[in-house]
Design a protein around this ligand. Structure first.
Ligand SMILES: Nc1ncnc2c1ncn2[C@@H]1O[C@H](COP(=O)(O)OP(=O)(O)O)[C@@H](O)[C@H]1O
Ligand SMILES: [Mg+2]
Length: 265
C-alpha cells in the first residue's frame, strides 16, 4: 500500500520545501561543489528516494535537510520553519522534535538494551518520559519484539539497523532522513525493511527522504530524485517506472543524455 497521496491534505505539499540548495566544500584552494541549485517539495507522509552514484551528493543533501551542515546557497524549510533562521540552540530543539535521522553509523549505545536504545531520545528531552508501549509497538512492527532485552552486540547488522530506525521514529518525527539504510541488509530483509518503512511513513504521516543507489529500494518510494555530480537531473513519479530494471535503465538513460556544466567528462 502506498502512503496517502500528498494531495489529500491542503498543507501537505509544503511540509518540506527545498529551494536553490547548494553546498560547496573547500579543501585548501580546491572547491568541491557537492550540491548545486537543488529544489523540490514533499508533502507529509510522502516517501521520496534520492538516487545517484557514489559521490553524487546524496549524503550532502540529507545532511543539509537535517540542518547538520550549513548550505552555501538556498534554503530548507520544514513544517513552515526555515532552518537558516534558527540559532544553534533552537535548531537542536527543532531537530529533536521534528526529525528522525538514520545515517550510516547507527550510534547505538553498547551497554543499553534494545528498548533503552530506542527510548534514549525521549530521555534527552527536558520533560521526557519513557513510552514503553510505543517502543514495544515499534519493535513489533520492525520484527524485533523478541530482541527487546538484547544488547547491540547480540544483534546482527540488519537488526541493529532496525533498532536505529525504531529510535529515529520513537518521538513521531514529521521528517525521517535515511542515508543508505539498507546497505547492510540481505535482499529478504531489504524488502521487509522497505515495506515496513513505507507502512510507518503512512501510519505516522512521516515524510521520508531516503538516499540509495539501489533501484529495488527506490521502487518503494512515491518519487525518485536523480542526482548526478550534485545536480538534480530529474524527478520521476512512481508511476513512471514499473520495475527496478526499468528504473535503473531510465536512470542510466538520463545520466547519459545530459552532462551538467562543470561536471567531469
Ligand atoms: N566534508 C567534506 N569535505 C570535502 N568534500 C566533501 C565533504 N563531504 C562530501 N564531499 C564531496 O562532495 C561530493 C558529494 O559527496 P556525498 O554527498 O558524500 O555523495 P554520496 O553520498 O552521493 O556518495 C563528493 O565529491 C565528496 O567527495
Ligand atoms: Mg553517501
Amino acid at each position: 500500500m502506498n502512503p496517502t497521496p500528498a494531495s489529500e491534505s491542503p498543507t501537505a505539499p509544503e511540509h518540506l520545501v527545498v529551494g536553490g540548495l547548494g553546498k560547496t566544500f573547500r579543501q585548501g584552494s580546491v572547491e568541491v561543489p557537492a550540491l548545486v541549485d537543488v529544489g523540490f517539495r514533499a508533502g507529509r507522509g510522502e516517501f521520496v528516494a534520492v538516487m545517484g552514484a557514489s559521490g553524487s551528493g546524496k549524503s550532502t543533501l540529507l545532511h543539509l535537510l537535517g540542518g547538520l551542515i550549513e548550505p552555501t546557497t538556498g534554503s530548507v524549510s520544514i513544517a513552515g520553519q526555515d532552518l537558516g533562521a534558527l540559532d544553534d540552540r533552537r535548531l537542536t530543539l527543532f531537530r529533536r522534535r521534528h526529525l528522525g535521522l538514520v545515517f550510516q553509523a547507527y550510534n547505538l549505545v553498547p551497554t543499553l538494551t534494545v528498548e533503552d536504545n530506542v527510548q534514549l531520545p525521549l530521555l534527552m528531552e527536558r520533560h521526557g518520559r519513557l513510552q514503553p508501549e510505543k517502543c514495544a509497538a515499534l519493535l513489533e512492527m520492525l520484527g524485533l519484539a523478541t530482541r527487546r532485552r538484547h544488547r547491540p552486540d547480540q544483534l546482527s547488522g540488519g537488526e541493529q539497523q532496525r533498532v536505529a530506525i525504531a529510535r529515529a521514529l520513537i518521538h513521531d518525527p514529521s521528517l525521517l532522513l535515511a542515508d543508505e539504510p539498507t546497505g547492510n541488509l540481505d535482499s529478504g530483509n531489504r524488502e521487509r525493511f522497505c515495506s515496513r518503512l513505507q507502512e510507518l511513513a503512512a501510519a505516522q504521516r512521516c515524510t521520508v527522504v531516503l538516499a540509495t543507489h539501489d533501484p529495488v529500494v527506490a521502487m518503494w518510494s512515491d518519487r525518485v530524485l536523480l542526482l548526478r555530480d550534485g545536480h538534480l537531473m530529474a524527478v520521476l513519479d512512481r508511476r513512471e517506472f514499473t520495475s527496478p530494471a526499468a528504473l535503473g535503465a531510465r536512470f542510466h538513460e538520463l545520466l547519459d543524455a545530459a552532462t551538467p556544466s562543470g561536471a567531469a567528462p
